[in-house]
Design a protein around this ligand. Structure first.
Ligand code: MN
Ligand code: MN
Length: 457
């Protein structure tokens, strides 16, 4: 079976390695949607992007070549590169999500039991709960104090920092546990993070808890009550690494969907020659149904377009509707990589293979395409032409065998605006596990494919 590696000479390999060093750094440092937004803005500003809200305030008109972004509540981000054509001729959009499966701290997380202090969690997204025990974990997030001050929390990433984690039962006493189905081996309320074990001297009650609260106060100037207005995510501790002796793969947390978020962002930033206005959309809450103000179902994207139109010739309802109708979008999301160890869930002719290049899913859904966006062949034909022109290695796949299960992305939400949308991204092994696996060459071909889409469509 041919892979994308075959066409890589020394020069192309150097470009691939350089790009993916940037990618590994991004996913090593950005483990929450908020961290992704901050870092994406930092990178975008270094490419000359500025905050659209400043343009709105100054009433400055947008021209071809202008580059702007709009940050939605620190958890979603839209970036635009204004093209030569009027906006009602439509956009080329790359849309990815920056939330990933994890454990969230509850609002009253801290408790003590038998001289140990723990944090209660509520898992976020589709996880196999048993995968999250006995791993080094880190805490990332924000605490907003009553006076509005926001405190950034990261515990467990610096090599001199302690890590936290979740314990599991020893096999010697796991006779009953080992007879349970995998969904029950570790249950939701057993995902308790060990947080401390040294009592505070001269403290009568819950002395261990008192001691960790003292450390939190010293390190972050926060109180126990401040957890009520906090968003703290429990994620795997440590950096993304090359995987396999030949360094062909990448192991990292949150690659669904930060691999498509980073490649979409960089594709937009690196693409200079554009005709239509290009857009990268990085959204939150995909893993739990795209709901809420920062998820794709929110009106924030539409609002951003209204502002954009207003500053580029004047807003009108019909200009907005025409913009939607003429827009093409790649729903930048990952697909299930074919794993030979679990071959039976895939149908070999319509699977995404590791090293096979960028992966296109005409439709996702489950049980007879239920809930899917089914892309039009006229649209796919145009994409094939763009990809062939830029020598992109790509493959098409379904998310597993018919009736094996299924899944979805933000594609159907955008398609409801009457635009052309198709899923396109990177194949992943061990998807939704604490450490997910992608191929270096698939990541780079996807970045190249996104650029081809922005330039040619
Ligand atoms: Mn995804
Ligand atoms: Mn997912």
């Amino acid at each position: 079976m041919k892979t994308a590696w075959e066409k890589y000479d020394d020069q192309k390999m150097a470009a691939l390695r350089k790009f993916n060093e940037g990618y590994k750094k991004f996913i090593s440092e950005c483990k929450t949607e908020r961290e992704c937004v901050v870092e994406s803005i930092r990178i975008a500003e270094s490419y000359g992007y500025t905050d659209l809200r400043n343009w709105i305030q100054e009433g400055k008109q947008l021209q071809a070549g202008d580059k702007v972004y709009i940050n939605n509540m620190g958890k979603a981000l839209v970036l635009f590169h204004i093209g030569k054509q009027p906006l009602e001729m439509g956009l080329n959009i790359l849309g990815a999500h920056i939330d990933s499966p994890r454990l969230d701290l509850k609002q009253h997380p801290v408790y003590e039991d038998k001289n140990l202090c723990f944090l209660k969690t509520h898992y976020y997204g589709g996880i196999k709960k048993y995968q999250w025990v006995t791993l080094p974990l880190a805490l990332h997030g924000v605490v907003v104090k009553k006076d509005g001050t926001m405190v950034q929390v990261v515990i467990g990433e610096d090599e001199n920092d302690p890590v936290v984690g979740i314990t599991d039962l020893l096999p010697h006493l796991a006779r009953e546990q080992m007879t349970k189905p995998a969904s029950k081996v570790i249950e939701g309320e057993e995902l308790n993070v060990t947080f401390g074990s040294i009592p505070l001297k001269d403290e009568e009650k819950d002395a261990v808890k008192a001691n960790v609260l003292r450390i939190l106060k010293e390190r972050y100037d926060i109180e126990e009550d401040d957890f009520i207005s906090a968003e703290i995510e429990v994620v795997p501790a440590g950096k993304a690494r090359d995987y396999g002796l030949d360094r062909g793969l990448i192991m990292g947390y949150g690659q669904d969907d930060r691999v498509c978020a980073y490649t979409s962002l960089m594709a937009l930033l690196d693409t200079e020659t554009i005709d239509k206005t290009c857009c990268a959309l990085l959204v939150d809450k995909e893993e739990v149904g795209s709901i809420g103000a920062t998820g794709m179902h929110s009106k924030f994207f539409e609002n951003a377009l209204v502002e954009l139109l207003e500053l580029a010739g004047g807003y009108s309802e019909i200009r907005l509707r025409r913009l939607f109708e003429h827009t093409d979008m790649l729903s930048s999301d990952v697909s299930a990589g074919f794993d030979p160890t679990f071959a039976s869930v895939n149908e070999p002719s319509n699977s995404a293979y590791i090293g096979g290049g960028m992966c296109i899913n005409k439709y996702t859904g489950s049980g007879g395409k239920g809930g899917c966006n089914d892309a039009n062949p006229e649209f796919i034909a145009r994409i094939r032409q763009a990809f062939d022109k830029h020598d992109i290695t790509f493959q098409t796949s379904e998310l597993g065998r018919v009736d094996a299960g299924g899944g979805g992305t933000i594609a159907y939400i955008m398609a409801a605006y009457n635009m052309n949308v198709i899923d396109a991204g990177v194949a992943v092994l061990s998807m939704h596990a604490p450490w997910e696996i992608t191929s270096h060459v698939d990541v780079y071909e996807t970045y190249r494919g996104y650029r081809a889409f922005l330039e040619e469509m």
